[in-house]
Design a binder for this molecule. Structure first.
Ligand SMILES: Cc1ncc(COP(=O)(O)O)c(C=O)c1O
Ligand SMILES: [Zn+2]
Length: 435
């Protein structure tokens, strides 16, 4: 292998180059966010695919056994094996279920189950890279603002790396599963009296003024790791690009990462055409969808409100690069009411797959885009299910057990006396409704 130049940071807005030893996430000249700049691999097309495919057989103790580090040339090329902090992560299934396809009105929808990551969400893919970098920089501590999944992931990776972690979450707005994980993995958990956008402002100030290493998705290493959601799904599809990739959008880290991954995959000859991105927001937290409707003439912000707490974000930080991703992929941005997201979730859950509320926005989005004729019935569609069903048990019980009248897919638990006749009555009713 030829010697590589060291990875640098490049400002997305003005192109300024900064040393990767710099822990800043914002350009001092123009305020833009950084991306990683590294030498492209010397291999292209089939030769590069062959390298990635051969690593599917990597031994469990090798970093390449991770679904992130398998693509290390496109994630962080100049890192050595011993520096990598990995669980490992990634290697998440790509599945389809007839009843979900039928409900969406398309012939085949694949679902990328990111809830199968070690802490139950896609965040682990970015966190393995960000925490690797934090340790390389000998950061005194790592920190993040979070709607819950980032904090759970950072807490786990910081524990693995032996680094202290500080997380800022909006008090009372984080789901039970995520809060419990964050505390249990050992992060110092600050319950901020404010919303996510307040938490992020505070975390950025703490990084600037107090020298902690910021692990939010404005961190370019996070974005680099999250590109592998797309790279891995392309590999699972035999490097045949789908027509659509549909996913929930909040702070717009994934939108940016997916755009970057597709740009690189096309440039390197891993795919011969670019899938269209469809970013789906909840209607109560849809500033990006509002900007899309304006043809991105204006950057909107809102006071966010939705049951899908992971995407309850009103001032998305990665706005500019997300705009680029949507433009370059001829993408779309839509928003959907909470009720539709929860119905989609109930359908996904009842198929035995399961996901958290925000994740179901992707499946709800496919249904809506198919009904509007934007997605064609025969299109190949991948919906990214970003988080695990157990992340938010509260919302499940509220939907199935506690909502009156019961929503369309409610599965009410039934309280009975401890006698066989009661069981028999329920069984007879189940048989009647199945027949
Ligand atoms: C489960 C889940 N889905 C989607 C998102 C939104 O992703 P992004 O902030 O990259 O737009 C998040 C972010 O917290 C999340 O936790
Ligand atoms: Zn700049």
């Amino acid at each position: 292998m030829t010697a590589r130049a060291a990875t640098m940071l490049i400002c997305d807005m003005c192109g300024t180059l900064v040393s990767a030893r710099d822990a800043k996430t914002q350009c001092a000249k123009c305020g833009g966010l950084f991306s990683l700049r590294y030498d492209a691999p010397t291999e292209r097309g089939p030769a590069l695919k062959k390298i990635f495919d051969a690593r599917l057989a990597a031994r469990a103790d090798m970093p390449e056994s991770s679904g992130v580090w398998r693509f290390r040339e496109l994630v962080l090329p100049d890192v050595s094996d011993g520096e990598i902090v990995t669980q490992p992560e990634g290697n998440t299934p790509l599945v389809s279920r007839d009843r979900i396809s039928a409900w969406c009105g398309v012939e085949s929808i694949h679902m990328k189950l990111e809830g199968a990551n070690p802490t139950g969400s896609f965040k682990d893919r970015g966190m393995t890279v960000a925490v690797t970098q934090a340790r390389r920089l000998a950061a005194p501590a790592v920190a993040c603002a979070s709607t819950g999944n980032t904090s759970a992931s950072l807490a786990a990776y910081a524990a693995l790396a032996g680094l202290p972690a500080l997380v800022l979450v909006p008090n009372g707005q984080v789901s039970l599963g995520k809060l419990a994980q964050t505390i249990a993995y050992g992060a110092r958990t600050l319950l901020v009296r404010g919303d996510f956008d307040d938490c992020l402002r505070l975390a950025r100030a703490a990084a600037d003024k107090l020298g902690v290493y910021l692990a939010n998705s404005i961190n370019p290493y996070r974005i680099s790791g999250q590109k592998t959601i797309v790279l891995e799904m392309l590999q699972q599809l035999g490097w045949r690009a789908p027509d659509w990739i549909v996913f929930p959008a909040g702070n717009l880290g994934n939108t940016s990462a997916f755009g970057a991954a597709l740009r690189e995959a096309k440039e390197l000859g891993l795919i011969d055409r670019t899938p269209r991105l469809a970013a789906v927001q909840a209607s109560g937290a849809a500033p990006f969808a509002a900007s899309f409707r304006d043809d991105f003439r204006e950057r909107h912000t809102v006071r966010a409100e939705t049951v899908a707490t992971a995407i309850r974000i009103g001032d998305p930080a990665s706005y500019d690069r997300a705009v680029r991703a949507i433009r370059e992929t001829n993408g779309v941005v839509i928003d959907l009411p909470d009720a539709e997201i929860l119905d989609a979730k109930a359908v996904v859950d009842a198929s035995g797959v399961g996901c958290e509320p925000a994740s179901a926005a992707s499946v709800a989005g496919v249904r809506t885009l198919a009904a509007r004729g934007v997605i064609q019935r025969t299109d190949t569609v991948v919906a990214v299910l970003t988080g695990h069903i157990l992340k938010d048990p509260g919302i499940l019980l509220q939907y199935h057990r506690d909502t009156d009248p019961p929503p369309p897919f409610a599965n009410r638990p039934i309280e009975i006396d401890a006698d066989l006749a009661a069981v028999e009555r329920v069984l007879a009713a189940v048989r009647r409704s199945d027949g």
